[in-house]
Design a protein around this ligand. Structure first.
Ligand SMILES: [Fe+2]
Length: 244
């Protein structure tokens, strides 16, 4: 007569533990797959938005290279301020896309070879809201949408579209504003020539605590000075390139 050997209670526990562990490992693999897919989707969306930004650059000569520089400098300032890698990334992306709303501005205004009249300015000043609306459908970029909306606010509350002041303005928007002003001052426009680097820095310093965030200006000036010193032959405007 055959003897039936039953498993000891300890063996049952070992088997149950192994099964549980295998299920846990499987769940981790699924989570990793989902994370990777999510990142791929995010990258694809960024690429599409960049396509839009490039389309804008083709439409508006001034924007050519401007978005890239503002994005790269904003990223540099955010990193120097010790923000988290996620925040640095979002500020860099928002800097790159800050003027994307200009895609909704008529070309006659965008390419006007002269100073805009008050009505044209009213239209032009819609671009931050249009930009924020363009990126609004992307949940992962909610913070970036706010930075785009508020990149023309001023520290003293005299900016647009909402007249926010001081800390009410998202930090990323305050950083982007500094980079944006510097690049505008050092760019050739149809109605004025580009200001020299040193004059633009004097303007930034004079605006610190009035229209621009003092801390953001101070970090930006340090960063841009280091770049010009490191690569004097290419100048501060082209010395920094986006990392991605
Ligand atoms: Fe703008």
């Amino acid at each position: 007569m055959a003897t039936r050997v039953s498993a000891a209670p300890g063996d049952d526990l070992t088997v149950a533990y192994r099964r549980l562990n295998a299920a846990y490992q499987q769940t981790l693999r699924y989570a990793e797959d989902v994370r990777r897919l999510y990142q791929q989707v995010q990258r694809a969306i960024y690429q599409s938005l960049l396509g839009l930004a490039n389309a804008l650059e083709a439409k508006d000569a001034y924007t050519r290279g401007h978005s890239e520089r503002v994005g790269a400098w904003s990223r540099g300032v955010a990193a120097a301020l010790g923000l988290s890698p996620g925040e640095v990334d979002m500020i860099g992306q928002a800097g790159l896309l800050h003027d994307i709303g200009k895609i909704g501005i008529p070309e006659g205004i965008l390419r006007k070879p002269g100073v805009l009249d008050p009505e044209e300015w009213t239209v032009m000043r819609n671009h931050p809201q249009i930009g924020a609306q363009i990126v609004a459908p992307f949940d992962f970029f909610t913070g970036g949408a706010l930075m785009i909306r508020h990149h023309h606010e001023r520290w003293d509350g005299s900016g647009y579209p909402d007249g926010l002041a001081g800390d009410e303005i998202p930090l990323g928007a305050r950083i982007i504003a500094v980079a944006d002003v510097y690049d505008a001052l050092t760019s050739h426009r149809p109605y004025r020539t580009a200001l020299p680097h040193a004059t633009a820095l004097e303007h930034l310093t004079a605006s610190a605590g009035l229209t621009l965030d003092e801390d953001a200006v101070s970090v930006f000036v340090g960063l841009i000075e280091a770049l010009s010193t490191a690569k004097p032959d290419v100048g501060a405007r082209s010395a920094l390139r986006p990392s991605s």
